[in-house]
Write a protein that binds this ligand. Structure first.
Ligand code: ADP
Ligand code: MG
Length: 313
């Protein structure tokens, strides 16, 4: 019997290799991803899943904009909640199919993640979301209170990406897991909510990094391993240079040094490395960053970037 494993699925588990996200692309990618997840379940691991949702939220935002003259746009936290429902459904169908004829019980938890209204991210939104637009459109949306920024390829909306303080619905995920379910939770980093002084919760216009939320969820459910499944087999030192080399087995202290030296790009490998570090530093056994194709071997073999606290002295 293996340990309790949280798998965080990245973009290539839910979209075509070129990033296209038609319904057929999503179904196909998730179907393929679940064959890899199924191998971990067959090996006896207790698996929980979380996933990104960037292209899916982008699709909803585009529909918001195209339909704005007939229907009020839905807020960003609603977009995240919608993708949890849709992707959760696709994952449940695909995982059941991948494990058939073995029966499997799968459940998706619509998950809220608490954020701090005083998080500095709200003062300076930096996370780009949705499609690129021209300057005229960007200026028009700015008049509706949004923040837009010019990038190389055009103008794009930027939103706050606050720190995940607490995965509020983790107890529901734990209860289902203990009842024997393979649980999908905290999709897209969770629906961002803030708590008022009277204790009530409400959604906010933000997106939470799915890898950082995965680390928080993994600790909350007392996972022994966190597997971050992306599109590269390892995190690299010297990424994009001739001297690039893969990181294999590494301690949190060694990885913190590489992180401080700027080896991991913010917005891609950066949050994965931070998530792996947090998980291992907070008492998790091991975090692995590897490609989706390798997650079956990631826990048994010598594949991927394996992060642990290291030898106790
Ligand atoms: P996902 O969508 O799977 O969550 P991202 O696409 O955001 O993941 O991040 C993975 C990408 O990060 C890789 O495909 C690679 O292009 C990029 N990257 C940036 N820095 C590094 C690094 N140091 N080592 C490996 N990949 C890196
Ligand atoms: Mg990606």
């Amino acid at each position: 019997m293996g340990g309790r494993v949280l798998i965080a699925l990245g973009g290539n588990a839910m979209t075509a290799p070129d990033g296209s996200a038609s319904p057929a692309d999503q179904r196909r990618a998730i179907g393929r991803a679940m064959t890899h997840v199924a191998s971990l379940i067959r090996a006896g691991h207790e698996v929980m899943l979380t996933h990104g949702n960037g292209p899916q939220v982008g699709n909803i935002l585009l529909k918001n904009q195209l339909a704005a003259h007939v229907l009020a746009p839905v807020p960003l936290d609603w977009c995240v909640a919608q993708t949890q429902g849709t992707l959760g459904t696709l994952i449940m169908n695909a995982l059941e199919r991948a494990l058939a004829p073995e029966p499997v019980r799968v459940a998706t938890v619509v998950t809220r993640t608490l954020v701090d209204p005083d998080d500095p991210a709200f003062r300076e939104p930096v996370k780009p979301i949705g499609q690129y637009f021209g300057e005229d459109e960007a200026r028009r949306f700015e008049r509706h209170g949004q923040t837009w920024r010019r990038f190389e390829r055009g103008w794009r909306r930027v939103v706050a990406s606050p720190w995940p303080v607490e995965i509020l619905d983790a107890p529901a995920a734990i209860a289902l897991m203990e009842a024997g379910y393979t649980v999908v939770a905290a999709g897209g980093g969770g629906v961002p909510v803030v708590r008022a002084e009277d204790g009530t919760l409400s959604g906010v216009e933000a997106v939470i990094d799915k890898d950082l939320a995965a680390a928080a969820l993994a600790r909350a459910v007392q996972a022994t391993e966190l597997v971050i499944a992306t599109d590269v087999p390892h995190a690299l030192v010297g990424y994009g240079t001739a001297a690039a080399r893969p990181i294999e087995e590494i301690t949190v202290a060694e990885l913190r040094v590489l992180q401080a030296a700027g080896h991991f790009a913010s917005g891609s490998m950066g949050p994965k490395v931070e998530a792996a570090l947090r998980f291992a530093e907070d008492g998790g056994n091991r975090a692995v960053i590897t490609s989706l194709e390798h997650i079956g071997e990631a826990l048994s073999g010598n594949i991927g970037t394996r992060v642990s606290r290291g030898v106790e002295r």
